[in-house]
Design a binder for this molecule. Structure first.
Ligand code: NDP
Length: 284
């Protein structure tokens, strides 16, 4: 039976460190880090996400603010708001909650954010730095996955890492981070042939597919480390990951649960990134 990687516990320790450093720097610099989240429209899941971000920021002494804009907001209006925040010295981090209404071009919005305030790490400048291995802002979910592996002292170097999913927010960046740490990386997607056979070779498996219980227990190598990024509802509306947890747990050496695995890490890393941008803006 595998060890369960406790994302709540690990994220709490990261938040505690951020809180301590924020307290110390607030005293030293005379202001707190500022994180502004823009929410366009009333998407119910997004409403919950932004409230959690604001609440967590406040708990850690970060000035968390939500700017709510109506669904009818034009792209121009949103870009103007981002420009204001780019020029506001009290704002260290800007996050535009995705998805945006379909009349707004997500890429143009990402491009508009000052890369030094891009706490999501989605700006092409930060993505480019990640690809070439230069310091920049690392996207929260992939960064959280690496922190979990580090916390659990899981060796990455020389291991076969298989990633299912190639999105810009999870699959691609986590693949690069694992490659930088000297894993042999295989990235799988919807056109991959013989997926179960590829997964059987994984020492570390990251599932970021978005399909409930997609990865079966008999695909998993004995002793594999399983990181389940998926957040899905099963047929009974229960929150489940991309991996069949009951089956996989019997094979894995370590496995993340859903909920309580990768999810809490994402928000902790957002706070961590906000602290980093604050430090950069204060030449620390
Ligand atoms: P996307 O939908 O952007 O990407 C899904 C990926 O899975 C794509 O690359 C797709 O391939 C691949 N895929 C789909 N079907 C198959 C298949 N049958 N076989 C192999 N690969 C397949 O999702 P995200 O990366 O944004 O998110 C993935 C999951 O993680 C979701 O459940 C999401 O809710 C969750 N999530 C959780 C977070 C957290 O904090 N815990 C944060 C972000 C996401 P192709 O490219 O060919 O279409």
């Amino acid at each position: 039976m595998g060890n369960i990687i406790d994302g709540k516990k690990i994220s709490a320790s990261i938040k505690e460190e951020v809180k301590k450093e924020v307290e110390f720097l607030k005293e030293k610099i005379g202001r707190a880090p500022g994180l502004t989240v823009i929410l366009v429209g009333e998407d119910p899941a997004s409403q919950i996400y932004v409230k959690n971000k604001e609440k967590t920021a406040k708990e850690l002494g970060i000035n968390g603010e939500i700017i709510r804009m109506p669904r009818s907001t034009t792209q121009e209006e949103l870009l103007k708001k981002i420009d204001e925040l780019n020029n506001n010295p009290e704002v260290d981090g800007i996050l535009v909650q995705l998805p945006l209404p379909s009349h707004i071009d997500e890429f143009q919005v990402t491009l508009a954010i000052d890369p030094s305030k891009d706490v999501d790490g989605f700006h092409p400048v930060n993505m480019g730095k990640l690809l070439i291995g230069k310091p920049g802002i690392i996207p929260c979910t992939p960064y959280g996955i690496i922190k979990m592996l580090e916390y659990e002292k899981i060796e990455i170097e020389g291991k076969n890492a298989v990633i299912i999913g190639r999105s810009n927010i999870v699959g691609k960046p986590v693949s690069i981070l694992l490659l930088q740490r000297h894993a042999t990386v295989t990235i799988c997607h919807s056109r991959t042939k013989n997926l179960p056979d590829i997964v059987k070779g994984a020492d570390i498996l990251v599932a970021a597919v978005g399909k409930a219980k997609f990865v079966k227990g008999n695909w998993i190598k004995d002793g594999a480390v399983i990181i389940d990024v998926g957040i899905n509802r099963d047929e009974n509306s229960k929150l489940v990951g991309d991996v069949d947890f009951e089956e996989a747990e019997k094979k894995a050496s370590h496995i993340t649960p859903v909920p309580g695995g990768v999810g809490p890490m994402t928000i902790a890393m957002l706070m961590y990134n906000t602290l980093q941008t604050f430090k950069t803006h204060n030449s620390l």
